[in-house]
Design a protein around this ligand. Structure first.
Ligand code: ATP
Length: 320
């Protein structure tokens, strides 16, 4: 007779939770008129792509954080490892909200290019909410995590959500978009900084010069129809960003990169958000290889990566 092992009925206390979280690009960005408070109303289509950071949350006394590269060439130098890090702020906020001690050692393994407009910091904050919620057993519902995410920053709720979604307000109101096909991208991060306020100012100045009245922001129906179809060419043609002309004016290299990618076979190209990241939609592995090779050869990019989308938002991938 074999002995039957006793099943421990006590609560499972995980030691370490690993959460994987994707970067985002913007398939469209519609910028409304300048408001009296100095902000613009925005409507964007977020798209989560398969470039990931991982956040590992381990039991500890007090809060500690470290940042390491996930790949050999991931660059983490500019990322603070203290309370300035959005992940640290996320852990503190969750602990306050749930009335628990913020006892956690966070390790951020970065692969999302830093300061590339791909919302890497926001992604880490979203991943930390999910990881600490599981580690501490605080058991918040997704909508409760979403509320905390919105307090941390306008891109954080989408990092929880993933997929393809329309973002309104400051980006924190998310409605999913039905996209019927997977998309392949080549993503290039320009080796030059682009100040977001400067791009918005340049956009306003262009509109003043041309006497153009900015319409209320929205999502173009062509993009919605293209995303529902399986027509990659139509999707490529429907990508748009109201900030792109201003970004190209401020940094002409962006225009050169966009043209280079299309000449190499991309079916669509776009400045993502306020840049300096440019994204190229491709319809075959050959086109992807050609576009990637041309962008690398330009010597203007600090990162050129391939990715597919849409992918899910922050989710637990390992529990120990
Ligand atoms: P934004 O969301 O402002 O558009 P971004 O997506 O361009 O930012 P991030 O990679 O989020 O770029 O980094 C922007 C800055 O935020 C970094 O230079 C860094 O100082 C700070 N930061 C704070 N926390 C993090 C984090 N966890 N990962 C990366 N950067 C962080």
């Amino acid at each position: 007779m074999t002995a039957v092992e006793e099943w421990d009925e006590g609560p499972f206390q995980p030691e370490a939770i690993t959460v994987r979280v994707p970067a985002k690009i913007n398939l469209s960005l519609s910028v409304g008129p300048l408001r009296p408070d100095g902000y613009h109303e925005l409507v964007t289509v977020f798209h989560a792509v398969s470039l990931y950071d991982e956040v590992v949350a381990r039991s500890a006394r007090g809060i500690a954080l470290s940042v390491e590269p996930l790949r050999r060439d991931s660059d983490v130098d500019a990322v603070p490892a203290d309370e300035r890090n959005l992940a640290w702020q996320a852990a503190t906020l969750l602990a306050e909200r749930c009335g628990v001690e913020p006892n956690v050692r966070l390790t951020i393994r970065k692969d999302i290019p830093v300061a590339g407009g791909m919302a890497g910091g926001s992604a880490d904050a979203a991943a930390t909410l999910v990881a600490c919620d599981a580690l501490w057993g605080t058991g918040l519902r997704r909508d409760e995590l979403h509320d905390l995410a919105a307090q941390l920053g306008s891109d954080v709720p989408f990092a929880l959500h993933g997929g393809t979604a329309i973002g309104t307000g400051r980006g924190e109101h998310i409605s999913p978009v039905l996209a019927s096909t997977g998309l392949e991208w080549v993503i290039a991060v320009l080796d030059a900084g682009l100040s977001t306020p400067k791009i918005f100012e340049a956009c306003d100045a262009r509109r003043r010069r041309s006497g153009e009245q900015a319409p209320a922001p929205g999502v173009h129906p062509d993009l919605m129809a293209a995303l529902r179809s399986r027509d990659i060419g139509a999707i490529g043609a429907a990508l748009y960003n109201d900030l792109q002309p201003a970004a190209v004016e401020v940094l002409p290299q962006i225009g050169e990169l966009l043209a280079l990618g299309v000449a190499a076979g991309a079916c669509g190209s776009l400045v993502s958000g306020s840049g300096p990241t440019t994204v190229f939609l491709v319809d075959s592995p050959l086109a992807a290889a050609n576009v990637e090779a041309e962008l690398r050869a330009s010597g203007r990019c600090r990162a050129v990566r391939r990715a597919r989308g849409p992918v899910p938002g922050a989710n637990v991938v390992n529990v120990r």
